[in-house]
Design a protein around this ligand. Structure first.
Ligand code: AKG
Length: 390
């Protein structure tokens, strides 16, 4: 079969929404069959429960229900909405929609990425190591839609006090440790903003780009991502994952799309439908993506990932960091990982009753990484220039 793809037809927002109904129903049926979700259970020694770990490795994703309580969700919503409202009114503007000086203009990495409403900024392009080979359907937004909408926000540990506290969450860090080992290291963070009737799509892809041909390749070599949902996600706006695809090596996504007649509706995918406060994990080798948000509901997903240290040490910078030509050495890993240690203390200062996660690479160094104005400047400011993308 030829892998050449036809350009998908241009639909209105409402036609796109209606055209997804059958596909959504099939996805929901499959998700219910697999039922890979439940509370975040730890063993007495602080490891993720082995049944959950086995389910994660089998399917490449898991939904933890009710991890973040309502009060913390409300704080995350406030901070995320504040960051959204303070975005430059357009990519080159210096002021926000209310005419105030915009947020983030002094960051070394500009913390917003925009897209045209309901468009696919990456599919079929060479961007991000060309990892999104096929373009999604790009419906026409309703009349009166803005020219550009914020699609991604970066720097949650610097821009959102509640985001920094979330990064030090003991149960989430226990998950990272159970999957990637006690010396696990952070990757990056990005907040996906899928505004109702406007949010762009994320074309089908696998996240990892560096280790596909590694002699020690296995299903965990490219790490995983958390998504913390601060609004309920729906079958109309959520992330979709193809279960088990993380085990199969590099997928030929162009071919998969061609085999569905050029449609974005890849078979065998499940929607990650969540309540606010649920947290998903998705293996970075799983084929996943999200459609244009032609639905009436907002989704804001705080996304941050973790790796095995040995996957990152000595690796060449990839994805949005490719042009830096950096090679990740022990110092860079230590510097980026120190954000986790400061986050642990920021969380402890706010939630004193909660257990404090013991991050093994910083055992004995805790005093140097308390959360203070000094460590905010030394460790947190512009921390994402040291992300560890692979
Ligand atoms: O949440 C989304 O829509 C996309 C997320 C994604 O692609 C990722 O985390 O790699």
């Amino acid at each position: 079969m030829s892998a050449a793809l036809k350009a998908p037809p241009v639909l209105t927002r409402a036609e796109h929404d209606a055209g997804m109904r059958e596909y959504r129903r099939a996805g929901e049926r499959l998700a219910a069959e697999i039922n890979n979700r439940g509370p975040l259970r730890l063993t007495e020694d602080g490891q993720l429960h082995p049944d959950i770990l086995a389910a994660y490795w089998k399917h490449g994703y898991y939904i933890f229900e009710g991890v973040i309580d309502a009060q913390e969700v409300a704080a995350l919503q406030r901070d995320a909405m504040d960051m959204l409202e303070r975005a430059p009114v357009s990519p080159d503007a210096k002021v926000d929609a209310k005419g105030r000086p915009a947020h983030g203009l002094d960051h070394k990495r500009f913390p917003y990425r925009y897209t045209k409403p309901l468009q696919d900024p990456w599919g079929g392009t060479d961007q991000l190591n060309g990892r999104h080979p096929a373009q999604m359907s790009q419906p026409q937004a309703d009349a009166g839609a803005p020219e550009q909408v914020v699609f991604l926000m970066y720097s949650m540990c610097q821009s959102m006090p509640s985001g920094l506290r979330l990064y030090g969450h003991p149960k989430l860090l226990a998950v990272a440790q159970s999957i990637n080992g006690r010396d696990f290291v952070p990757f990056n963070d990005a907040i996906f903003v899928k505004q109702p009737g406007l949010g762009g799509s994320v074309a089908w892809h696998q996240d990892g780009v560096t280790h596909w041909d590694a002699p020690n390749w296995d299903e965990g070599i490219h790490g995983f991502n958390f998504q913390v949902q601060i609004y309920p996600t729906t079958v109309g706006n959520c992330l979709w994952v193809i279960p088990g695809s993380h085990k199969l090596g590099k997928a030929d996504i162009k071919r998969m799309v061609a085999e569905t007649g050029g449609s974005e509706q890849l078979q065998g995918a499940v929607p990650l439908v969540c309540n606010a406060g649920d947290v998903t994990i998705v293996n970075r080798q799983a084929v996943h993506g999200s459609f244009a948000n032609s639905s009436p509901d907002i989704r804001i997903s705080l996304t941050f990932g973790f790796h095995r240290r040995r996957s990152v040490l000595g690796a060449k910078a990839a994805l949005s960091l490719t042009e830096s030509n950096a090679v990740y050495d022990a110092q860079r890993i230590f510097d980026r990982a120190s954000v986790v240690q400061v986050a642990i203390d920021a969380r402890h200062q706010a939630f004193q009753q909660e257990p404090v996660f013991q991050y093994q690479p910083f055992a004995g160094l805790e005093e140097q990484f308390r959360f203070t104005p000094e460590t905010f400047d030394r460790v947190i400011r512009d921390y994402n220039t040291k992300d560890l993308s692979i």
